[in-house]
Write a protein that binds this ligand. Structure first.
Ligand code: NDP
Ligand SMILES: O=C1OC[C@@H](O)[C@H](O)[C@H]1O
Length: 361
């Protein structure tokens, strides 16, 4: 058997999520049955070199990993193949663009940008510079999601009809109103990608939908504390091709989540996805006859690590194979995501503070 590809990562910021992601990168890929790629972190960039070094010492524990006091130095490092962007939402566009212009492949945390214009600009730049670009929508790559897709599209349940999905987290906004709009923390963009990824998997990607865009309605309730959206509900109607299906999606930063996180109904059954929607460990399929459950199966998924490494394997393999986008979470998906959020914000009357959106047309 040939030697595995050693894929070299440069990490942008010492964010909490960067710690989780890097710990997963360092999990032996063989524990998840992966033999063709291994991941190595060759550089970490922070606004402060000492923070980068502390991150390396505590998380990576490899003396060969380089610590930088700026992000630009990581983009310029010849020993880095791909950049993982883990800064606050408002910085995703400029960090990803700088990395792309330095001809680095990019995996950018969700939400990929602040709006759809920024996605279009990044995709154009990635194509121009011949580099891979993907939003870090880790949920799409979980073994559970792949198995869900197989059952959902096998035809055994018939066509999808209606789905509900919610991701709510009680961040204690009444006591700690840290959710400020300027640094870029808004529940729709922070939590909304997860109910939406299930609608994209179940309905947008459904073969009968033929990748048609949905009709969108949205309603937002804002917090008077900072003015950001507190609770958002949005519906997506998929009727343009051969589906007639509706997604009812919601997210809140002010209330506890619900379990199951998603319930997807089909003509002949229901699939219930366990909470939390970003990293469910099980789903249950109920088979219906005359409206009654006649059979129920629960599937449980276990692996070493948090589950962020599956997307890293996808990036490494895509780059190895000369692809500029992922087959599973390609540019059209994150563009559709941001178009939906733009429209929900428009209908909800939520306008970002000046300067947040770097590309507006
Ligand atoms: N996929 C997932 O499950 C998750 C994804 N995320 C996403 O990851 C991103 C980061 O989130 P999170 O880990 O909570 O972020 P943190 O607040 O923990 O960290 C953000 C990092 O960005 C860097 N940074 C650069 N400029 C600024 C600035 N002006 N203010 C604050 N920090 C700055 C800092 O690193 P330094 O000082 O080293 O430069 C900081 O550590 C978000 O977009 C979020 O949506 C978050 C949680 C889970
Ligand atoms: O990606 C995420 O998943 C879990 C949430 O709690 C978090 O705020 C978000 O960034």
């Amino acid at each position: 058997m040939s030697e595995p590809l050693v894929f070299r990562w440069g990490i942008i910021s010492t964010a909490a999520i960067a710690t989780t992601f890097v710990k997963d990168l360092l999990v032996d890929p063989k524990t998840r049955g992966v033999n063709d790629v291994v991941h190595k972190v060759t550089a970490v960039g922070s606004r402060d070199t000492a923070k980068a070094q502390e991150f390396i010492d505590s998380v990576i524990k490899d003396k060969s990993t380089k610590a930088y006091g700026s992000y630009a130095e990581v983009y310029a490092d010849k020993n880095v193949d791909v950049i993982y962007v883990a800064t606050p939402h408002t910085l995703h566009y400029e960090n990803s663009m700088d990395a792309i212009k330095a001809k680095k492949h990019v995996l950018c945390e969700k939400p990929v940008t602040a709006n759809a214009h920024e996605v279009r600009a990044l995709v154009a730049a990635a194509k121009e510079n011949n580099v891979f670009f993907m939003e870090a929508m880790w949920t799409r790559f979980h073994p559970l999601s792949l198995e869900f897709k197989k059952i959902a599209e096998s035809g055994v349940l018939g066509a999808p009809t209606v789905m509900h999905a919610d991701l709510s987290v009680d961040f204690g906004i009444k006591n700690a109103p840290y959710a400020g709009p300027k640094i870029g923390w808004w529940p729709l963009l922070d939590l909304g990608p997860y109910p939406l990824v299930w609608a994209i998997m179940a309905l947008f990607e459904h073969p009968d939908n033929k990748h048609s865009k949905p009709a969108i309605t949205g309603a937002m309730l804002k917090t008077p504390i900072t003015g950001v959206d507190r609770d958002t509900t949005f519906t997506l109607n998929f009727t343009e091709a051969n589906l007639s299906a509706q997604a009812i999606l919601s997210c809140s930063m002010n209330t506890t989540g619900i379990d199951p996180g998603a319930t997807i109904r089909y003509e002949k059954g229901i699939i219930k996805i366990a909470a939390p929607l970003y990293c469910p460990q099980s789903f249950t399929v109920q088979y219906l006859e005359k409206g009654k459950v006649v059979k129920e199966e629960t599937r449980i998924f276990e692996y070493v690590g948090r589950g962020m490494h599956f997307q890293a394997d996808e990036v490494a393999r895509s780059v190895r194979d000369g692809k500029l986008e992922s087959d599973l979470w390609g540019h059209i998906k994150c563009l559709t995501e941001m178009e939906i959020f733009d429209e929900v914000r428009r209908q909800g009357g939520y306008v970002f503070p000046p300067g947040v959106e770097k590309v507006t047309a």
